[in-house]
Write a protein that binds this ligand. Sequence first.
Ligand SMILES: *Cc1c(COP(=O)(O)O)cnc(C)c1O
Length: 362
Amino acid sequence: MKERAYNFSAGPSMLPEAVIKDVADNLLNYHECGESVMEMSHRSAEFKQILADAEANLRDIMNIPDNYKVLFIQGGGTLQFAMVPLNLAVNSRKIDFVLTGNWAKKAYKEAVKMGYDAKVIASSEDDTFTWIPEITKDDIRPDADYVHICFNNTIYGTHFPYIPDTGDIPLVADMSSCILSEEIDVTKFGMIWAGVQKNVAPSGVAVVIVREDLIGKAAADIPTYLDYQIHADNDSAYNTPNTFSIYVSGEVFKYLKANGGVAAMHEKNVRKAKKLYDYIDGSGYYKCPVREKDRSLMNVVFVIGDKDVEKKFVAEAKAAGLHNLGGHRSIGGMRASIYNAMPEAGVDALIEFMKKFADENK
Ligand SMILES: *Cc1c(COP(=O)(O)O)cnc(C)c1O
């Protein structure tokens, strides 16, 4: 294949082409410092600057208040399922979960496995997670240490259409598949975290944004690496961090800042998603199973209803330069992940392909 494909993978996923090119230009000799970022000491002045700029730019584009720490931690999204309870469930050890899909469930199961008092306060599992439950303060245990939600459900293509009001109880949101896709009022959350490989950078880092009064309370016997306070005290470089992924993350933050910030990105995301959902809904051939107001801007799931035809769809799409349109292995069907870096032309090309495929296979 001579040209780059439109890659609809759920993650790792597309990066802005301008960022990849800039990284490539600087790959051998980063800004003429004589070294590649891949070879650079994490204690060097150059890398310290990369890390400081990444944090400053993320703070800027997300409008993160000073009383929140920004941390870059290895272990991806999954390690956070264990780290959050260890650091935040330190009083009653009670955690309330809203089950909206596989990732929320994994977080819940990890807490159960570790012996926390985990409670599912709402779930849409009986309807294959096709909608988002509405929760109020009354659903939450008054002494819960925090409430966990998965803000965008990568596999089921749903997204919280509201920010739950949890009162004084910290709200913790897994934003792995939607961070930087829309403007978010960080102050409504005790903690936001995201694996970077969906909407930011190559895999290997989770960005953690946590209110500083919530950390520093973990039990003394937890593994050192799992304590947020250690990462905060050492500016995300207690040990060797994932230098390359942090570098690319920082380049993406810079790119967003120079291109209208998160608001401009959101506008484009709304336009892209609307086009695709409108086409699906009006097609008479494809169906989106998700309740309209809960639909994700990032992950668009749809079905034809015949497994063999769906297989053919995914294969023919790939041959046409539209990659990775198969649904998650747990639910099948199709999924188009159209993160920030998916150009609008990619969505247009997908819709054209879908029209043609529908005509040929009706
Ligand atoms: C991908 C994903 C994860 C898991 O991320 P890993 O980095 O693979 O551990 C967790 N939560 C959500 C919402 C995701 O989309």
